[in-house]
Design a protein around this ligand. Sequence first.
Ligand SMILES: [Ca+2]
Ligand SMILES: [Ca+2]
Length: 247
Amino acid sequence: MNTQRFPLILLTCAALAAQCNAAVIALPNASFESPDYADGSGLASIDRGLVAGWSYSGSQHQTQFGISDPIDLHFLGTTGNGTNRLPSPAEGYQYAFLGGTAQSVSSIQNPASLGTIQPFTRYTLDVAAINPHAQFIGGGQGTLQLSLLAGPNLVASSTIDYGSFGFGQIRLLESSFTTGDSTDLLVGKELNVRVTYTADLFFGSNGYFDNLVLTTTPVPEPEFALFVGVFLGLLSLKRFKRGETVK
Ligand SMILES: [Ca+2]
Ligand SMILES: [Ca+2]
């Protein structure tokens, strides 16, 4: 082995190890597989509060949150309870929905803190936005918003318009933020997540979604990144002076 490359290999391994050390933070009923509804059925709740593991809020009598188990009529290839999985990035056999009257806003949030926000960490939240196969009245409309919060305060969010992709299709929606050192005001705050649906401007509508995944990834501290940069720079300079090609 080229002994000059050995420190470089070690540094590269250390950097990769930091990047690969991603961890998943468990979310309540993240794939909406509970309760297990019969094939082609489901239930919508109009009572706000703790519903299926989530804290549901929205205008009473004007919004709903529910879970359904689709069949081919709703999403092709899903007939059969517990036998035909939803395609990725959805997961399992059931999905959730929020909806209501025109312009209504409804949301679900984790009912208990997901832990305290750590320094030098990237937090990434994913959800599958689903347009059911059949062109139901109220489908393919409205906007889904995915949010990461520090306590009650919004830190990062992403939105997708259900009219931006076709019926029978699924889109991955992702939102993320990265913390700095311990002086970062986000560090130590309680981590929360929220999914919000805003119904169509003129019609009542539903937004379907599934498989919330929250991951944390350590990011290298600036001193370490600077050290790696300087080391690589010096290595290149040394090779340049010797007339080597930098690989
Ligand atoms: Ca699911
Ligand atoms: Ca089921």
